[in-house]
Design a protein around this ligand. Structure first.
Ligand code: ADP
Length: 170
């Protein structure tokens, strides 16, 4: 099992699946979601529209959905809606569920490698240190030992928080 941390743009990740910090509509947004849609091209939005809407959402908070990846180097995009920190009753459980659900979908679809951004750590407002702890601990679960996991973290600040957490945990 491996966990790597890279400071960089997740749209460049040459892995089987990249994870998108999406919102429940899956129709695009700002931050990493906007970057992924821009890099993938219109095929990605078309693939998202194919995902069925249930109770007003394509992807409920804490769940994930898989699509093709358009022009990205990755084969799949796994869209997950992490918690909105200030609006969730149990943000820690929802965030852990986003990571877990994403990795289960990756394994079910034959992926060996997956890349994550810092889910919920942008406009969704999750405190970095707490988010890093959850992200790293779920990645270390035995169920996911056959997946190569890479975190693509955009800023030095976020990358440093993750690096410290990873060093503490292994
Ligand atoms: P959320 O709505 O889940 O909070 P955001 O997209 O606002 O998602 O932010 C999640 C994290 O992704 C933030 O740390 C943000 O800096 C980072 N981010 C933005 N663009 C990229 C990118 N191209 N690659 C990797 N991370 C990115």
């Amino acid at each position: 099992m491996s966990i790597k941390i890279i400071q960089g743009d997740i749209t460049t990740a040459a892995v089987d699946a990249i994870v998108n910090a999406a919102n429940p509509t899956m129709l695009g947004g700002g931050g990493v979601d906007g970057a992924i849609h821009r890099a993938a091209g219109p095929e990605l939005l078309a693939a998202c529209r194919e995902v069925p809407v249930i109770n007003g959402a394509r992807c409920p908070f804490g769940e994930a959905r898989i699509t093709t990846a358009g022009k990205l180097p990755a084969k799949f995009v796994i869209h997950t809606a992490g918690p909105i920190y200030s609006q969730s009753d149990e943000p820690d459980k929802v965030l852990a569920s986003s990571y877990r659900y994403s990795m289960r979908l990756a394994l079910e679809n034959g992926c060996r490698s997956i890349a994550f951004p810092a889910i919920s750590c942008g406009v969704y407002g999750y405190p970095l240190q707490e988010a890093a702890k959850i992200a790293v601990s779920v990645c270390l679960e035995d169920e996911f030992k056959h997946l190569d996991k890479t975190f693509y973290l955009f800023s030095e600040e976020v990358a440093n928080v993750w690096l410290r957490e990873l060093k503490r945990s292994i």
